[in-house]
Design a protein around this ligand. Structure first.
Ligand code: PAF
Length: 254
């Protein structure tokens, strides 16, 4: 039976018992609205650790658009059932006042790479991500934390933060999980209209196809996407597009 830890105090107490007992702990941080991509992280964490904890927290500091935060899908009961079926031992489900008792006066900022790609289009986004992940790693004391490679830039920045602050947690990248038609799994896919959902796999097809970033940008625009960026970095081609009111990101190894 999955145990739910509803606040920071209860979670700290429980995680301390686990780490003091010498039991290995794997953490999968999420914002809920779970799909097969998240569950693959949970299963990997279960393979590599004695205990698996999943945090479910829609982190307000990483949303620069209040409408996007309001529309973000939330269904804790459904998430809890999915997590239980995937072998999760503990679910940490705090509220915002508890996580940000300081009113977000303290934050983590990376001053170079966080300003590129996603950071260039979503002001303050990575400050919010890095800050909440640092809080989660401190609260749980996890031995390992698992992040999907769909958010490649996020994974790199979190790994950099862990190194910069001498954190004991190992930051582990996990392969991106796709739908059968190639669309990268994302909580936001549920908000695509049927017509948008039909068009959405073209994002990956074009990104993974031939041509320069400029050519791919032109192809995406022609197909009906509004492009934030298509760029080559660190042996990957990374992209972000809007389809109607939904923003999609993806990346492929070159
Ligand atoms: O990737 C996500 O879902 C979020 O950015 C994370 C890592 C859970 C932090 O809120």
């Amino acid at each position: 039976m999955t145990e739910v830890l509803p606040d920071v105090a209860a979670a700290r107490k429980r995680f301390l018992e686990i780490t003091r007992a010498g039991t290995s702990l794997g953490l999968v941080p999420t914002m809920g609205a779970l799909h097969e991509g998240h569950l693959s992280l949970v299963r990997r964490a279960a393979d590599e650790n004695d205990i698996v904890a999943v945090s479910v927290f829609v982190n307000p500091t990483q949303f620069n658009d209040p409408e996007d935060l309001k529309r973000y899908p939330r269904d804790f009961e459904e998430d809890r059932i999915l997590l239980e079926s995937a072998g999760t031992d503990l679910v940490f489900y705090p509220d915002t006042e508890d996580m940000y008792a300081d009113g977000y006066r303290y934050k983590v900022t990376e001053v170079e790479n966080s300003l590129l790609l996603e950071g260039a289009h979503r002001g303050g986004y990575f400050d919010g991500v890095l800050t909440v992940v640092l809080k989660l790693l401190n609260i749980t004391g996890a031995d390992r934390a698992y992040f999907g490679e769909k958010d490649w830039q996020q994974f790199n920045l979190i790994r950099g933060m862990a190194k910069a602050f001498f954190l004991d947690t190992e930051i582990i990248p996990c392969s991106l999980v796709r739908e059968d038609d190639g669309l990268a799994m994302s909580s936001r896919n549920a908000r695509l209209t049927p017509a948008e959902r039909e068009l959405a796999p073209a994002f990956h097809r074009i990104l993974a196809g031939s041509g320069s970033p400029e050519v791919k940008t032109a192809r995406l625009e022609e197909a009906g996407f509004a492009v934030d960026y298509v760029e080559e970095r660190e042996g990957r081609i990374l992209g972000a597009v809007h389809l109607g009111r939904v923003r999609l990101i993806d990346n492929v190894r070159i």
